[in-house]
Design a protein around this ligand. Structure first.
Ligand SMILES: Cc1ncc(COP(=O)(O)O)c(C=O)c1O
Length: 367
């Protein structure tokens, strides 16, 4: 059986395969770092996009101070691979997760977590007290996304006060993620609403400092807003993730500041009528939660999911689809995080020659 090797041409790969164009990815990393570091904020990329310690190390080498992960299971993989400065950006609730967290911070004490409730803070405190461990925590603040996060104002101050009474928790920062603004197409509207959200975040940080808490970290931002957040005084770090590869959803919102660096290579396996071609990449290869993937370089051909293992291609004007059985096509995912989570390996190439094969190490790490 063929095993892909460094130096192989992409033509040898079986399909579907997840490809990374290294030249484009490296340009995306350099460009984000350059824009953000010029604004004097730290960059803590969200590693739930890349799901790979090898790629996390590339981000660190480019200047990132650490990483974010969404789940304890992701933190385990990243920390064991040597990525020590991690923030888990999702609330950790329930005994199984708390027990796992305790084992993790025994080995990796730099790990930081977010808290948005008294119940969550108390449970964390209790299990840490039993294990004689302490942890740095950030208050997770609702800056308008209305997902997790304590409300600003009195609720945030009251929760901070309670955290202050828990000996095992040290409140050192505030997280306020404005996920609802990332994909706003109008740049002025995105910037204006982001500045309003940042106002809530930095004002809360100031209040908490006035209340006596050493709030050193004020963390926020994604690919769509990181550069806007970075201009706000008081924001200390930003958490973009998708910029490294991009996807069509972000591309439609942000234009071409970052390139689509990741594609899914697929093969035409059937050509039942002149107006229809079928490829071997279905819902198990390309996610569709943020719209349809796009065929690279051919916007007159539309992709439709044809079930788990098939994608159906039609011409946007119902004309003959100019494809043959055996043709190999690259699709740009509509949502990068959920698509990467479907694949075992990245096949990274430069000008069509394989240069690296990276396992998607935190694929499926949802706990
Ligand atoms: C808390 C948090 N920070 C940062 C991000 C990074 O966002 P993006 O991948 O859109 O850059 C996300 C994405 O969902 C997130 O949930």
């Amino acid at each position: 059986m063929y095993q892909p090797q460094i130096g192989d041409a992409l033509e040898l790969l079986d399909t579907p395969s997840m490809l990374v164009d290294l030249t484009l990815m490296e340009a995306n990393i350099a460009s984000m770092m350059q824009r953000l570091q010029a604004r004097k904020v730290h960059v803590r990329p969200h590693l739930k996009t890349v799901k790979s310690p090898a790629l996390a190390r590339k981000l660190l080498a480019a200047g990132a101070i650490g990483g974010c992960v969404a789940k304890v299971s992701e933190a385990e993989v990243m920390a064991d691979a040597g990525i020590e400065d991690l923030l888990i950006t999702t609330e950790i609730i329930g005994q199984p997760k708390l027990a796992r967290l305790v084992s993790l911070i025994q080995k990796h004490p730099a790990l930081k977590v977010v808290v948005d409730s008294l119940a969550g803070a108390q449970a964390l405190h209790q299990i840490l007290a039993e294990a004689r461990l302490e942890i740095n925590v950030l208050l997770d603040l609702n800056v308008g996304q209305n997902r997790c996060g304590v409300n600003p104002g009195a609720d945030a101050r009251t929760l901070a006060h309670h955290i202050g009474t828990l000996s095992q928790l040290h409140l050192i920062g505030v997280q306020g993620y404005e996920g609802h603004l990332q994909h706003i197409h109008n740049p002025e509207e995105r910037a204006q609403r982001c500045r309003q959200a940042m106002q809530i975040l930095v004002e809360t940080a100031t209040q908490l400092r006035t209340d006596g808490f050493p709030i050193d970290i004020v963390t926020t931002g994604g690919t769509g807003t990181a550069e806007i957040c970075a201009e706000v005084d008081g924001v200390t770090e930003v958490q973009p993730g998708s910029f490294i590869f991009m996807d069509t959803d972000y591309h439609h919102a942000l234009g071409s500041s970052y390139a689509n660096a990741l594609t899914i290579l697929s093969t035409v396996i059937s050509r039942p009528t002149p107006t229809r071609a079928v490829v071997d990449a279905g819902l198990k290869s390309l996610s569709t939660d943020s719209g349809m993937p796009e065929l690279k370089g051919q916007d007159d051909i539309a992709y439709h999911p044809g079930g788990d293992e098939h994608g159906i291609l039609t011409s946007t004007d119902n004309a003959t689809v100019p494809l043959e059985i055996g043709d190999r096509l690259e699709f740009i995912p509509s949502h990068i995080d959920t698509t990467i989570n479907l694949h075992d390996y990245y096949y990274a190439h430069r000008n069509g020659i394989l240069e690296a094969i990276w396992p998607v190490a935190t694929r499926g790490k949802v706990q």
